[in-house]
Design a protein around this ligand. Structure first.
Ligand SMILES: C[S@@+](CC[C@H](N)C(=O)[O-])C[C@H]1O[C@@H](n2cnc3c(N)ncnc32)[C@H](O)[C@@H]1O
Length: 284
């Protein structure tokens, strides 16, 4: 079989996963096996595929048919224009989370001084912290996670992206490892209600439970974060955290309970869903 025939056959097989992007997934898996970029792939469509590459591809297709996420199979995920190493120790960074990065970048750039201390709580692969460090050359980021295996992946990613010196990694519960007052606290915490976890699609079942489980109402970690932020965030600071759109009212009420005098806004993602809560003007 040549590359084109392999692409078509693999795409047909992957339709069984229910993925609407079966053909694109086939292309990604084939390029991963061959170690080639898109341009080379489309240039070489008539080239034959060796038996050993075909065997390797078949093994990966079997994993995908078991509904293992594509990014765990390839070991990488694009986020905010950067490539991040991922494994089943970390949540696969989602496109909607880029809203947090964009918002922090614009908050940081609107401040009079360039030097800024930012905490990313629940850093996982380090996607948020490292994207911020790459785009904000004067920022110092502290990235916290309760999971050591997640921090190991974040460590690899901060080295790959050359921000090892500006992204400090700390292990612990929420803001507990932080002994200074950051100007910005950003977090994509686990926020899925515990009872909903088993109902999620098979791919999500591969992701670490500690990255998803937000307790009985999904807001337990957010409650903890807000409570700890009270005496941790700088008086001129801001707190930004991701939510599911179904939580917008309860999350806004929670933010108001902890920060009654602050300015609280709801931010929408690109699909128009409420995706984050921003708390500003902490001290009034
Ligand atoms: C939804 S994932 C977000 C990962 C990454 N920030 C992203 O957006 O792709 C939540 C992360 O919070 C971490 N986490 C869960 N409970 C925590 C806690 N009590 N303190 C610190 N981190 C926690 C998990 O290990 C996981 O990496």
């Amino acid at each position: 079989m040549n590359l084109k025939e392999t692409l078509n056959a693999t795409g047909e097989t992957l339709i069984k996963t229910g993925s609407p992007d079966a053909k694109l997934e086939a292309e990604v898996l084939i390029r991963h096996v061959l170690g080639i970029d898109r341009a080379t792939f489309f240039r070489d469509l008539e080239e034959p595929v060796t038996d050993s590459d075909r065997q390797h591809l078949d093994d990966l297709v079997v994993r995908r048919l078991r509904r293992e996420p594509l990014n765990y199979i390839t070991g990488f995920r694009e986020f905010y224009g950067l490539s991040f190493e991922v494994s089943d120790s970390v949540l696969i960074p989602r496109q909607e989370t880029e809203l947090l990065v964009e918002t922090v970048i614009s908050l940081a750039r609107s401040r009079p001084k360039h030097e800024i201390k930012i905490c990313d709580v629940g850093t996982g692969s380090g996607a948020i912290a490292i994207s911020l460090a790459v785009n904000l050359p004067f920022a110092e980021i502290t990235a916290i996670d309760i999971s050591q295996s997640a921090l190991d992946i974040a460590d690899a990613n901060r080295r790959t992206h050359g921000v090892y010196n500006r992204v400090a990694l700390r292990r612990g519960n929420l803001l507990e490892p932080v002994d200074f007052k950051p100007e910005i606290i950003v977090s994509n915490p686990p926020y899925i209600p515990m009872g909903d976890l088993s109902l999620l699609q098979p791919e999500i079942q591969y992701e670490p439970r500690v990255a998803l489980d937000g307790g009985t109402d999904g807001l337990e970690l957010i409650r903890g974060l807000l409570s700890q932020s009270l005496d941790k965030v700088s008086s001129t600071g801001a707190i930004l955290f991701e939510i599911d759109s179904s939580q917008v009212n309860s999350a806004r009420i929670l933010a108001r309970e902890y920060f009654p005098n602050s300015h609280i806004s709801v931010l929408d993602d690109l699909s128009g869903s409420s995706r984050a809560i921003l708390i500003e003007e902490i001290s009034q």
